[in-house]
Design a protein around this ligand. Structure first.
Ligand code: 4AD
Ligand code: MG
Length: 471
C-alpha cells in the first residue's frame, strides 16, 4: 500500500497502485477525492461509473474509508498532475452521509471543537497536527544535537511549592470526607499530592549531575483562565543547564526557537502554505487595528532572521509609563508604580507596537517572581526572563536560579515557602552548588505561533479547559 504523499511526491505514472484513504468528495459520479492524512493534497481517483456496481457507488460517501487499486497516470484535468484510474474499489468502512458531521465545506472552529474526535479529517487540522508532530521532533533534534539529555520528571508531584499556578489534587480518598478532616497519611502516597505544574525543580536536580538536560512533558494548571492562550493541560519544554548564567540562557532560548522554526519552514512547506492562505483570509475578517501586518510565513521568517530585542523590566516599565498605547492613551491595567506585574496588553504593546519584534524582558522585580530566581546585587530584581512573541505574548519564561543556600533560604522564608518540604532542593545548594539556569516554553503556544491559529484549543488534539474535558 502506498501513501498519497509518496505517490504525488514521486510524480511518476505507475500501474497497479494500492491506496487507502477517506473520501472527501465524490463529484459527477466520476471523481473521488481521497485523503489518507499523509499530505495536504487529495488524490483524485477516476471511476468508471457504468462498470461499477451500484451497491458500491451508493457507499462512496464523504467520510467513508475506501481501498483503491488502479493505475496512476498524468492527469488531463487542472488542479493535479497525477490521478488514478480506478480498476477496483472496495469500501472498508461505510459512512452515513446524512449524519457525518464533517461535510465538504468550511466549518467554524467552534463547531469542530465539539467534534474533536473527527476534526482531524479536515485539511486544517491535518496540517496543524502534522506540523505539531514535526515540531516535537525538532525539539528533540535541537537538544540531542547539543548533547542535552532528555529526562522524564514526575507527573504526580509531592512538592507543591513551585508556585507556578493552581494545582489539581491527586487522591484516592473518598470524596465525601470534608476538607478539614482529610488525613493524607491515609491517602495513596501517605501525603498530599498533585499533578505537576512544571518539571523544573526536578530538572535542576538532574542538571546537577548530567550538566545539560531537558524535559518535554505534560503539565497541569487548575487556573480558571478562559483565554485563547491557556489550557489546563499543556506540554512544556524545560531545559536546565549547569554553569549557565542568564545571558547563556537567553542565547539558548533564542537559538532554540529559531532552530525549530527553521525546521518547520524547510520540512512543512506545503502545510505552511495552506495555513498561510488560511491566516490571510482570517485577517480579512478582523477589524483593521487587529490585523497582522505580516503573513504567517513572513512572520516565521521574520522571527528566524531577526535578533530578539533584550530589555530590562525597568526599561520596559519606563517605555510603558510614557507611551501612548491607543486613542484613549490608557491601558486597562495601570502602569504607574515600578514593581507592578506586566499584563498581556503591556507585553503586546512592547512586542507589536514598540519594538515590532520578539522581545526578551529580563531582571524583573523580585516581588512578582518565583522564590528560586537569582537575586541581583540591587536586592530588588531577580535574574528572570520572559520571551514575548507577537500575537502570543509570553511564549517562554525562565531564570538563572539562586545557587546560594543562605540567599535562597532567606527568600523562601520571606515568601513563606516550606523549607522542610523542599529539603531536597536545598540539598542541591549544600553539595556542589553551581550557577545554573533554565526556561520553560509552552509547546502549544509555539504550535499556535507556527500555525497562525488564534485559539490554543485548536493546536492540541483534545483540549482540557475549565468545564471541558470531553473525549
Ligand atoms: O512561565 P511559566 O509558569 O514557567 C514555569 O513553569 C517555569 N518553571 C519554567 C522554567 O523556568 N523551567 O510557564 C512556562 C511557559 C509559559 O511561558 C507559557 O508559554 C506556558 O508555559 N504556559 C502555558 N501554556 C498553555 N496554557 C497555560 N495555562 C500555560 N501556562 C504557562
Ligand atoms: Mg511565566
Amino acid at each position: 500500500m502506498k501513501k498519497i504523499d509518496d505517490l504525488l511526491g514521486n510524480n511518476k505514472p505507475k500501474k497497479n497502485i494500492v491506496v487507502c484513504g477517506w473520501v472527501k468528495t465524490f463529484r459527477g459520479n466520476r471523481f473521488i477525492a481521497i485523503n489518507d492524512g499523509s499530505c495536504i493534497a487529495n488524490l483524485q481517483c477516476v471511476i468508471d461509473y457504468e462498470n461499477t456496481e451500484s451497491s458500491i457507488l451508493k457507499k462512496i460517501n464523504t467520510g467513508a474509508a475506501v481501498k483503491i487499486i488502479g493505475d496512476l497516470i498524468s492527469s488531463k484535468g487542472s488542479g493535479q498532475n497525477l490521478e488514478i484510474i480506478v480498476n477496483k474499489i472496495s469500501i472498508i468502512g461505510e459512512s452515513d452521509s446524512e449524519s457525518y458531521p464533517i461535510q465538504p465545506k468550511r466549518h467554524s472552529l467552534e463547531f469542530l471543537r465539539e467534534k474533536a474526535h473527527l476534526r482531524i479529517r479536515t485539511t486544517t487540522f491535518n496540517a496543524i497536527m502534522r506540523i505539531r508532530s514535526v515540531l516535537s521532533f525538532a525539539v528533540h533534534e535541537f537538544f540531542q544535537e547539543k548533547n542535552f539529555y532528555y529526562i522524564n520528571t514526575p507527573i504526580i508531584t509531592g512538592s507543591d511549592a513551585e508556585g507556578a499556578g493552581e494545582m489539581f489534587k491527586v487522591t484516592t480518598l473518598s470524596s465525601d470526607v470534608s476538607e478539614k478532616n482529610i488525613d493524607y497519611k491515609k491517602d495513596f502516597f501517605g501525603k498530599q499530592t498533585h499533578l505537576t505544574v512544571s518539571g523544573q525543580l526536578e530538572a535542576e536536580s538532574y542538571a546537577m549531575g548530567l550538566g545539560n538536560v531537558y524535559t518535554f512533558s505534560p503539565t497541569f494548571r487548575a487556573e480558571n483562565s478562559n483565554t485563547t492562550r491557556h489550557l489546563a493541560e499543556f506540554w512544556m519544554i524545560e531545559p536546565e543547564m549547569a554553569f549557565y548564567d542568564l545571558n547563556d540562557n537567553m542565547n539558548l532560548a533564542e537559538e532554540f526557537i529559531k532552530s525549530v522554526l527553521s525546521r518547520i519552514l524547510s520540512k512543512c512547506a506545503k502545510d505552511l502554505k495552506f495555513l498561510n492562505d488560511r491566516y490571510d483570509s482570517e485577517q480579512k475578517n478582523k477589524p483593521m487595528r487587529e490585523r497582522s501586518e505580516m503573513g504567517l510565513i513572513e512572520k516565521i521568517n521574520f522571527v528566524v532572521n531577526n535578533s530578539f530585542k533584550r530589555v530590562t523590566y525597568t526599561d520596559s516599565f519606563n517605555i510603558l509609563k510614557n507611551c501612548k498605547p491607543n486613542k484613549k492613551n490608557k491601558f486597562k491595567y495601570k502602569i504607574d508604580e515600578w514593581g507592578v506585574d506586566l499584563q498581556s496588553e503591556h507585553e503586546r504593546f512592547l512586542v507589536e507596537k514598540h519594538f515590532k519584534c520578539p522581545v526578551i524582558i529580563y531582571d524583573y522585580p523580585a516581588k512578582i517572581k518565583a522564590f528560586y530566581m537569582r537575586m541581583n546585587d540591587d536586592q530588588k530584581t531577580v535574574r528572570a526572563m520572559d520571551v514575548l512573541f507577537p500575537g502570543i505574548g509570553e511564549i517562554a519564561g525562565g531564570s538563572q536560579r539562586e545557587e546560594r543556600l543562605d540567599v535562597l533560604e532567606k527568600r523562601m522564608e520571606e515568601m513563606k515557602i516550606d523549607k522542610n518540604e523542599l529539603w531536597w532542593y536545598l540539598d542541591l545548594r549544600r553539595y556542589g552548588s553551581v550557577p545554573h539556569s533554565g526556561f520553560g516554553l509552552g509547546f502549544e503556544r509555539l504550535v499556535q505561533f507556527t500555525t497562525g491559529m488564534g485559539n490554543i484549543r485548536d493546536v492540541i488534539p483534545f483540549p482540557r479547559t475549565p468545564q471541558n474535558a470531553s473525549f
